[in-house]
Write a protein that binds this ligand. Structure first.
Ligand code: GLC
Length: 409
């Protein structure tokens, strides 16, 4: 027997995402791949376009390939997907062709498992899994609900979730519930993990600095944040506000709108639009309060965990997976979605009680270190990969047990 026959082959896992723009799901994929145990899995990333994620992955030593998806397919927005638009662009034919191409790659690289990271990637990866016989794990980062996706897309996706993937991973209980899988479907909730780091130094801003982090998009609620800021300013004239992030998926008109809103609320001297930044953690470190303002249920809310890790008290909207992260009254304050008055009240409550704010920040950091760092989350995903690789996807993974485990956080 030759010596290399004795060494078991490390399974190759294909990580596939249709985009290389750094949305939340792509940041999560980056974190996952940094921590993934390379002794157990050989990761190969394939992205449907060049971009920031591809660069970051390559720089960090992950084998990364771009297999370009036709731009009309890739840029169709998930909230505008409809049967008519698919037919108009001949998207079905183009997508099938792409699936064949990716399947050839999967076969030639002897991929053992496919991990898909976005809705479009799920469908393409699902077809490739059928064509190649390689199992597929769908990692769902979006709530599959009519307030978030067109109704027909949500319905179709729920149906496909039952028949295409070998396993469904959801980024929160809220996301998993939105898929409404039958009890027998192999699935689990795995929260996103960020890369652990030291807590931020304390700040001494005169009046406080309150920030909202995320791409500029109506449902991320920057307009609500500005309306709240205008109210806070009445009571705390020295407080400053930061909107950190840029428009990403063709939402530049919303950016114009909120810049105009800031002007009309006479906030220009206290609100800063930072634009896209590569050093978000450094900016978060400088905040006194981190605000999250989504107006529809956020599937998970990674920026919230970044804020908690930096020991910041968090004010967040009560929707989607957010209440699974923020403990109201202990690590931050939850407010109703789309309610600028309640948001302003919560900001004022923390600005007027720095001791409480500090205690919440500390409790948030403890909670983040316990549940929302890669050391805690990635091993759960690795265990799922192992199970699927062994053909045991539906073994011992009673949904109740997984939900119990998650809820007990
Ligand atoms: C998506 C979701 C966001 C989540 C992220 C990571 O971007 O919209 O809520 O935090 O994925 O799972």
């Amino acid at each position: 027997m030759r010596s290399h026959d004795l060494i078991p082959r490390i399974p190759t896992v294909l990580f596939f995402d249709h985009t290389a723009k750094l949305g939340g799901a792509e940041i999560a994929l980056f974190h996952l791949l940094q921590y993934l145990d390379k002794q157990k899995f050989n990761p190969v990333a394939v992205l449907g376009e060049p971009g920031a994620l591809a660069d970051k992955l390559s720089e960090s030593g992950i084998e990364t390939h771009i297999i370009a998806i036709d731009a009309t397919v890739n840029q169709a927005r998930k909230d505008a997907l409809g049967a008519r638009s698919l037919l108009k662009f001949g998207a079905v034919g183009k997508t099938l062709k792409y699936c064949m191409r990716l399947s050839r790659f999967i076969n030639s690289r002897r991929v053992d498992l496919i991990h898909t990271n976005s809705l479009k990637a799920d469908i393409i990866g699902g077809v490739c899994s059928r064509l190649t016989g390689v199992p597929v794990v769908w990692h769902v980062h979006d709530r599959i609900d009519a307030d978030y996706l067109p109704k027909t897309v949500a319905r179709l996706f729920r149906l496909l979730c039952r028949i295409m993937p070998d396993f469904v991973v959801a980024n929160s209980i809220a996301t998993l519930k939105s898929i409404s899988l039958p009890d027998s479907s192999p699935c689990a909730v795995v929260y996103e993990g960020v890369l652990a780091r030291d807590a931020a130094q304390e700040n001494n801003h005169d009046g406080g600095l309150v920030g909202l982090v995320g791409r500029l998009s109506r449902w991320k609620g920057q307009h609500v944040f500005l309306e709240a800021a205008a109210q806070v300013r009445q009571q705390f004239p020295n407080t400053k506000f930061q909107i950190i992030g840029s428009a990403m998926f063709g939402e530049e008109s919303y950016e114009q709108e909120i810049r105009a809103l800031s002007r009309s609320l006479a906030l220009d001297d206290c609100v800063e639009f930072t634009g896209f930044r590569n050093d978000v953690p450094r900016l978060v470190d400088k905040l006194d309060i981190l605000v999250h303002a989504s107006t529809t249920g956020e599937p998970f809310g990674q920026v919230i965990t970044e804020g908690m890790l930096a020991a910041k008290p968090v004010i967040a909207t009560r929707g989607g997976g957010v209440p699974e992260i923020v403990q109201h009254g202990s690590t931050g304050l939850l407010v109703p979605m789309g309610d600028a008055d309640a948001m302003a009240e919560a900001i004022c409550a923390l600005l007027s009680n720095p001791k409480l704010a500090k205690a919440m920040g500390k409790a948030g950091r403890d909670r983040a270190l316990e549940h929302f760092i890669v050391e805690k989350t990635v091993p759960r995903l690795e265990a799922i990969f192992q199970r699927v690789l062994l053909g045991n996807a539906d073994d011992g993974a009673s949904r109740d047990a997984i939900e119990q485990e998650t809820l007990s956080h």
